[in-house]
Design a protein around this ligand. Structure first.
Ligand SMILES: [Ca+2]
Length: 81
């Protein structure tokens, strides 16, 4: 099993983001990544952002899960997946 996160976690959300009936964990970290982890802790995917990831919201938009991640810093940016 690969643990793909390395530093402090600022925010954690749980959601079935791929609609397979199993919950994934989505985390925003101080290492500037948004991580999606499988229910066993292995890495599902990760995305590098411009700054520390401080907020994550997940919800169903147009019948499929969407993830919004917000970074905090001088260049705050909103990412949508
Ligand atoms: Ca799932």
């Amino acid at each position: 099993m690969e643990f793909c996160y390395r530093r402090g976690v600022n925010v954690v959300k749980a959601f079935d983001i791929d609609l397979d009936g199993h919950i994934e964990v989505v985390a925003g970290s101080d290492d500037q990544y948004v991580y999606a982890l499988e229910s066993n802790g292995s890495c599902f995917w990760k995305f590098f952002t411009i700054d520390n990831v401080m907020h994550i919201k997940i919800g169903n938009i147009t019948y499929s899960p969407s993830i919004v991640a917000i970074t905090f810093g001088p260049n705050s940016v909103v990412y949508a997946f």
